[in-house]
Design a protein around this ligand. Structure first.
Ligand code: HMG
Ligand code: MG
Length: 302
């Protein structure tokens, strides 16, 4: 079986990770985290979101964070925009890519963005149009592609339906997200195959939360289908405020350790990445939620 020889990782820790933290994280700490991630070789970072501060207070400093980053050539900075109001605020901060976020589950769509799947697409359409007209790339996050905290198991047809709608409004690439981390390898492959009905393999990424410890296996299952774009969070930060009990994304350190061990290039310096994870974990007063980081930090200390 031919696996991709190179993988591109988007670190979503500053957004997907920190959005779920109860304690305020100052913009200066978020900025330093982004700087450390780019120094470690990340070429894409999901920095923040332009959502309602009443819904997600931790992202209320979106402008300060975007304005405070010293940008590095060749690095793409993406932000979430659920509607035109969010897009208008975001565009002033010059993101390279905006992310609209829909769900394969009706119930999750309602809880997360307060509208149905069809309504969400109608809201995204002018956002996508405006972004493309402004030369900003557009990604679509597809939540709950395997399971939903409210509806249970999600059929691949629901994923195909959402992917088709995203394609129809001009979204350029999509994330197959296992928002609550319940997926297992074959189910994740079915969700990816459903997405491939509408998007080419280069336009599909895997976004796996690790709630049940399946995220690395799911990553390998996606690699087997040829997927070479993935999202992960440094130190395994995060979760979604509207998916109770769901833990963070798979830790970037664990994915990088696995890929390098398989001879797959990422362009990332694992030592610097571990430093970035240790930095944010120490601010949050806990250990990195990454097995590889824990092992390598223990080895360093010894
Ligand atoms: P709504 O209440 O339906 O919106 O929220 P509305 O248009 O009726 O407006 C109500 C109020 O919100 C108004 O303020 C608006 O100004 C304000 P008020 O007059 O009451 O003071 N508002 C906004 N403020 C700032 N930025 C905006 C904005 N839009 C309206 N863009 C909305 C709809 C989508 C805004 C709301 O439901 C929301 O913010 N939800 C948060 C969703 C979120 O951030 N979820 C977490 C990210 S998704 C995720 O983590 C999953 C992912 O990682 C993939 C995966 O793992 O599945 C991507
Ligand atoms: Mg997520």
């Amino acid at each position: 079986m031919e696996l991709p020889q190179r993988v591109k990782l988007v670190d979503v820790g500053p957004r997907d990770g920190l959005q779920n933290e109860k304690q305020p994280v100052p913009a200066s700490v978020k900025i330093e985290l982004v700087h450390r991630l780019q120094a470690a070789g990340l070429k894409e970072v999901e920095v923040t979101s332009y959502v309602s501060p009443k819904w997600v207070p931790q992202m209320a400093d979106n402008h300060d964070v975007m304005a405070g980053i010293t940008r590095q050539a060749g690095v793409q900075y993406s932000v979430l925009t659920p509607n035109l109001q969010g897009f208008t605020a975001a565009v002033a901060d010059r993101p390279d890519e905006i992310v609209v976020f829909g769900s394969a589950s009706e119930a999750f769509s309602q809880k997360n963005i307060n509208c149905s799947i069809a309504e969400s697409i109608a809201r995204f359409a002018p956002v996508v149009e405006a972004a493309l007209a402004a030369g900003i790339r557009v990604r679509g996050a597809m939540s709950c592609t395997v399971g939903c905290p409210y509806e249970g198991e999600i059929a691949p047809q629901q994923v195909a339906y959402l992917a088709g709608l995203m394609k129809g409004i001009g979204v350029q690439r999509v994330d197959v997200a296992d928002t609550i981390g319940v997926g297992t390898p074959r189910k994740v492959q079915r969700a990816i195959e459903a997405t491939l009905q509408h998007y080419g393999i280069d336009a599909v990424s895997g976004h796996f939360h690790d709630t049940y410890g399946q995220a690395l296996s799911n990553t390998l299952a996606a690699l087997e289908l040829g997927v070479w774009n993935f999202q992960s969070s440094v130190a395994g930060l995060g979760g979604c405020p509207y998916a109770k009990g769901a833990t963070g994304n798979v830790a970037t350190e664990d994915v990088v350790y696995m890929l390098h061990g398989m001879g797959i290039e990422t362009g990332i310096d694992l030592d610097l990445l571990i430093d970035a994870g240790a930095f944010i974990s120490s601010f949050l007063g806990r250990k990195p939620n990454s097995r590889a980081a824990t092992a390598l930090l223990t080895k360093r200390a010894g």
